[in-house]
Every structure is written in structure tokens, then in C-alpha cells.
Design a protein around this ligand. Structure first.
Ligand SMILES: Nc1nc2c(ncn2[C@@H]2O[C@H](COP(=O)(O)OP(=O)(O)OP(=O)(O)O)[C@@H](O)[C@H]2O)c(=O)[nH]1
Ligand SMILES: [Mg+2]
Length: 419
């Protein structure tokens, strides 16, 4: 099965916790602080593997997690960094965030993008030593790694796409012109998945895509619909293949043009030529003059061929190369940055019988606090006061004893006097 879409959840590694530890020395009741830092959490990175053709590696598995950093320990030992998770995708994979914005349109073999960043390690207590405090009983927890849902969408990248009604002879033509060996059948929709082939000439390669047959209404999802059209969107130029022996050849020609335009006007504006196929059949030879005249009148280049017998293929090849050379390069989709929010900003929303505080920095600070440690807790309280969170809660009407949620933690709102 050809898999060209996937929805996945990524969770980068959490940073390891910093250690709270004091040196043990003979005859010294309590040595200096020697708690090491936690290690960094692993990142999740995507890389283009030219050997990969589909997204089937992502079928049936939705959750991907990078390794967390190790905890720090005594004697200033730092925790080990978590290993990065490297995921391979085919060229032409577009990675998007939940809101649809593009993280990256991966095009080139070896191209790499960091999608979810691992958290930094928490600092051990050795790092909190100061002239005022020689024995800090305070260490940070690791920063949580980034996480979220993403979609992967494969849009094959080809120079020239073969378009046409089912049974027109697209796959037969691809076999003739390239190294590909697609299935050929005397029935519609033989080709269910796009297939790529490479035509070689003078040491240069041209990538041709055999696309599933197109029917009227495809832009609305009929037949293989959007599936087909999505892949057509990455071809720089098209060869429209017609079964010239069929009664409705001209109708088929117009219908395919129409579907392209309805899907995306921009696709219909790309360079194309028409291959009038099945010229070995008498019905095709009969229909040729009228068809050729109609198309030429519209300024369309057409070449009479027989994918079956090989007739006309030298000229067609020639024309396809010229067409590709004249077609502009398709630029990858530009990456979109996440909506830029001020990380230090926060907001307060009512929740249950209390309030919830939301904000990148505030939430991170809470995540990195060890709640079993009184010192850390007091330090967090001071932080929330300094940053105006407490004041803002009061403004919103928070009363002593109300519940305040930050991330997965719950606090009692205390008034100044209690601290
Ligand atoms: N006589 C003759 N038959 C041809 C020619 N080209 C293709 N055919 C036949 O037409 C039928 C359809 O060919 P395919 O290449 O599978 O057509 P397709 O356009 O890929 O069709 P779908 O994959 O269904 O969209 C097969 O039976 C082929 O043998 C040709 O030039 N002459
Ligand atoms: Mg086919």
C-alpha cells in the first residue's frame, strides 16, 4: 500500500534533573554542594532518505519519543544527554504543525530538520552557590522536551507528470521512456499509486511521474481525486496522454485540463504537451487529423505516438526534454515560523473553582521545580511574585485559598502576609 499521509505525535526528551548533593569528607560534617546538572533531552530530527519512497514506515505507529537526559549526581557528575531520535522520510515530505503551518518541505537527499527540541538539563545545587549561600539546598528539575502533533504529507517531486484518463496508456509510456516497471492493464485504474521513473540522456536524468487515472470530478475527490492531484502539484510540467482511438478523446483532453484548473489554477498554467497515443490502432489514425487540428488551433503541442509499438517515441522524448528545460523550477514551500508569542507573557483564565496561569516561561519554571523541596518551592513563589503573576491573580479576583493551576500542578493562592 502506498502511504503518503501520516499523523504523528512527537515528544522530545526531557532534560534530566539536577542533583542536590553535598560532599562527604572524612571529619567534615558537611562538605560543599556537589550536585551535578542533568543531561539534555534528545531532539527529534527528520532526514530525507533517498531510498525511502513512501511514508509507510509511519503507518500504524503514532507516538515517537526521544530519550530523556539522565539525572545529575553527587561529586559534580552530570547526567548523560538523551539520544536524538532520527526519523527518515522520502524526498517531497511536507511536515506541518497541528495548525497546518509548514515546519519544512523536505526536498533534498540528506536534508535534515529539527522538529521537536529536547529540554535542557536541570542545574544541580553546586550551581546555586553564591557568596550569600554556601550550602544551597536547591536544584532544578529538567526542562520538558517539546511535544505536539504533526502531519507528514508526501508530495512526490518529479520533473514531468503523465496525466490522463484511465487506460490512456500512461503506464505503458512510462515503461517505454524510463527504467520504471509499472503495472499495465486493460482496465481503468490499474495504477493506484503514483510511480516515478528516470529517463536518462547524455548523463542527465529526468524524473517522470506516472499518476493514477483522472476522471471528471477528481478535484472534488472522485476516483482517486485529490490523491492524484496532490502529486501532480509537484511536477514542473505535464504530458497529457490521450487514447486517440477512443471516441471521446477530445472530451477527455478538456476534462483533464478542467480538473487541473479546478484543483489549482496554477497547475493548469504550467507547461504541457499532448501525447496522442495508440496510433497503431486504425481508429486512432482515423481520428488523428481532426484532433491534431483542434489542438493546434488552441496552440497546444501534440505528438502522435504508440506506446505499444514505439512509434513516435523519439520525437516525444525530444519534446519532453525541451518542455522540462523550459519549465520553471518548483520552489519548496517556505517554512512558517510558529506564531511568535512573547515567552514571558502569561494569561489567567478561570478554571473550576479557581484559575489557570498559562505562559511559556511560567510553565517551564513550574515544570523545573522540585515540589518536594521547600527551598525550591519558596524560590518559585518569589519568582511568581516578581513576574507579577500573583498581582495579576489578585486583580482577577483570586482569594486566599483559591486553587491556582499551572501545568499539571495545583497551588493554594496565598496572600502576601502568608509568605
Ligand atoms: N494498441 C495499443 N494499446 C495500448 C497502447 N498504450 C497502452 N495500450 C494499452 O492500453 C491499456 C491501458 O494501458 P495503461 O498503460 O495501463 O494505461 P494507464 O493510462 O496507465 O491506465 P490507468 O493506470 O488505469 O490510469 C493496456 O491494455 C495497454 O496495453 C498503444 O499505444 N497501443
Ligand atoms: Mg497506469
Amino acid at each position: 500500500m502506498f502511504v503518503d499521509e501520516a499523523r504523528i505525535h512527537l515528544k522530545a526528551g526531557d532534560g534530566g534533573n539536577g542533583a542536590l548533593s553535598f560532599r562527604r569528607e572524612k571529619y567534615v560534617p558537611r562538605g560543599g554542594p556537589d550536585g551535578g546538572d542533568g543531561g539534555r533531552g534528545g531532539d527529534i530530527v527528520f532526514r530525507v532518505d533517498p531510498g525511502e519512497r513512501t511514508l509507510s514506515a509511519f503507518r500504524g505507529r503514532h507516538h515517537y519519543k526521544a530519550e530523556s537526559g539522565g539525572g545529575g549526581s553527587g561529586a559534580l557528575r552530570h547526567g548523560a544527554d538523551g539520544e536524538d531520535l532520527l526519523l527518515y522520510v522520502p524526498a517531497g515530505t511536507v511536515i506541518r504543525r497541528e495548525d497546518g503551518s509548514v515546519v519544512r518541505d523536505l526536498r533534498n537527499p540528506g536534508e535534515t530538520v529539527l522538529v521537536a527540541r529536547g529540554g535542557r538539563g536541570g542545574r544541580g545545587n553546586a550551581r546555586f552557590t553564591s557568596s550569600r549561600e554556601r550550602a544551597p539546598r536547591l536544584a532544578e528539575q529538567g526542562e520538558p522536551g517539546e511535544e505536539g502533533w504533526f502531519t507528514l504529507e508526501l508530495r512526490l517531486v518529479a520533473d514531468v507528470g503523465l496525466l490522463g484518463f484511465p487506460n490512456a496508456g500512461k503506464s505503458t509510456l512510462l515503461r517505454r521512456l524510463t527504467n520504471a516497471r509499472p503495472k499495465i492493464g486493460d482496465y481503468p485504474f490499474t495504477t493506484l499509486e503514483p510511480e516515478l521513473g528516470i529517463a536518462e540522456r547524455d548523463g542527465q536524468g529526468l524524473v517522470l511521474a506516472d499518476l493514477p487515472g483522472l476522471i471528471e470530478g477528481a478535484h472534488e475527490g472522485r476516483g482517486l481525486g485529490h490523491h492524484f492531484l496532490r502529486h501532480a502539484s509537484r511536477c514542473r510540467a505535464y504530458v497529457q496522454v490521450l487514447d486517440t482511438s477512443a471516441e471521446d478523446a477530445l472530451f477527455a483532453y478538456r476534462a483533464v485540463r478542467e480538473e487541473l484548473a479546478l484543483y489549482d489554477q496554477e497547475l493548469a498554467a504550467r507547461p504541457f504537451l499532448v501525447a496522442l497515443n495508440k496510433m497503431d490502432l486504425p481508429a486512432a489514425r482515423e481520428a488523428l487529423p481532426a484532433l491534431r487540428e483542434a489542438l493546434t488551433r488552441e496552440g497546444v503541442t501534440c505528438v502522435a505516438v504508440s506506446a505499444g509499438s514505439g512509434e513516435g517515441l523519439t520525437e516525444l522524448t525530444d519534446r519532453i526534454w525541451r518542455l522540462a528545460q523550459s519549465a520553471p523550477v518548483q520552489e519548496p514551500l517556505p517554512p512558517e515560523t510558529k506564531e511568535r508569542v512573547d515567552p514571558t507573557a502569561f494569561r489567567i483564565v478561570p478554571e473550576g473553582d479557581g484559575y489557570r496561569v498559562e505562559g511559556v516561561t511560567v510553565e517551564r519554571r513550574v515544570a523545573m521545580t522540585d515540589f518536594a523541596n521547600d527551598r525550591a518551592l519558596r524560590s518559585l513563589q518569589r519568582y511568581l511574585r516578581r513576574k507579577g503573576v500573583e498581582e495579576a491573580l489578585r486583580r482577577e479576583g483570586a482569594q486566599p485559598g483559591d486553587t491556582v493551576h499551572i501545568r499539571d500542578m495545583e497551588f493554594d493562592f496565598l496572600d502576601d502576609a502568608d509568605l
